[in-house]
Design a protein around this ligand. Structure first.
Ligand SMILES: O=C(O)CCC(=O)C(=O)O
Ligand SMILES: [Fe+2]
Length: 312
């Protein structure tokens, strides 16, 4: 996105206009190396210690040897939990090129990067609302590893990662944030969004924020995918992408040899929410997100910004 920032404003009027129109905003280098570098040390240590690898594969992963990052061989993922605290998702998900460290979602040093980060929170408050939910949970750290087809030594054909999986997120969606923990260059798995899609996708729901797809939901997704060029967000380490919770998005196409490191968090207004059992009853229990279904939500109307602050 163009640089629309101005020195004296956390979020400029031009940035707010851009967000309304496109459904996202990129704030480059919001997180400093001083907080990111120690965090990355802890994240790598956690990964190496806790993510199970396929011990029969002969693969070993070394942080300082990028050649070992290619074609990760994780242990087989057990079936998803069907009950209890972790219903639906294991604390660590590892499949193919993706690992999701949901279990880091509540670590203090991870909370400090997004929901508890003053600068990040100020942007979220300016866009969405002064009174946001507390800061106890992020989705966690999502890494996308490089893959290469062993039958193709030039490495131009990848095993996976060469197509998009556009979707919108569930439970309760208002404003989300994605922090890049390392530089993300072109075709390196960068978060990919369909600009402007938030407007149509908003109307494809019955309620403003709670998951409530209308029967037209999938047709709307298809129409957007056909007519909209998706935007791969390329940004330096420490950049934060704010995006409207109804925007259509995907993990990016990944053809490089780097690991895409990102942290995801949800921001919602501080309103009464349903309890765990009520989420389970409607198939919307996602323990790793701070986005909880509002007890009362507003029906979608012509003005999708009615309950947003937008700098006012
Ligand atoms: O990893 C990504 O870039 C996308 C993640 C995503 O879409 C999600 O967490 O819902
Ligand atoms: Fe998503």
């Amino acid at each position: 996105m163009p640089d629309l920032s101005i020195t004296d404003a956390v979020v400029s009027q031009a940035e707010i206009q851009f967000f309304k129109e496109n459904g996202f905003l990129v704030k480059p280098r919001m997180l400093s190396d001083q907080i990111l570098d120690p965090a990355m040390d802890l994240i790598w240590a956690h990964l190496l210690h806790h993510v199970p690898m396929d011990t029969t594969s002969g693969w070993t992963l070394k942080r300082n040897d990028p050649a070992t990052w290619i074609n990760p061989q994780w242990a087989l993922m057990p079936a998803h939990p069907t009950e209890g605290e972790f219903l639906g998702r294991h604390p660590i998900e590892h499949y193919g090129r993706i690992i999701k460290l949901h279990d880091l979602g509540r670590a203090d040093y991870v909370l400090d990067l997004l929901p508890r980060n003053k600068a990040v929170r100020t942007v979220a408050e300016l866009l969405l609302h002064t009174d946001l939910r507390a800061t106890t949970q992020t989705r966690g750290v999502y890494a996308v590893f490089p893959t290469r087809n062993p039958a193709d030594p030039e490495g131009t054909r990848r095993l996976t990662g060469a197509s998009l999986a556009p979707h919108t997120d569930q439970v309760c969606q208002q404003l989300n944030a994605c922090a890049y923990l390392q530089d993300v260059g072109p075709r390196s798995g960068g978060f990919t969004l369909y600009p402007g899609s938030h407007k149509q996708m908003f109307q494809a729901h019955v309620w403003e924020a709670n998951w409530s797809p209308r029967p037209t939901y999938f047709d709307t997704v298809e129409q957007i995918v056909e007519k909209t060029e998706p935007l791969e967000i390329i940004a330096p380490k420490g950049s934060v992408i704010f995006w409207h919770g109804r925007a259509l998005h995907s993990v990016g196409i990944h053809l490089s040899d780097r690991i895409r490191w990102a942290l995801f968090a949800d921001f919602t207004q501080n309103r009464p929410v349903r309890n765990d059992q009520e989420h389970k009853d409607v198939g919307q229990y996602e323990w790793f997100k701070d986005a909880k279904l509002f007890r009362e939500d507003f029906p979608t109307g012509p003005d999708m910004w009615q309950h947003w602050r937008l700098g006012r």
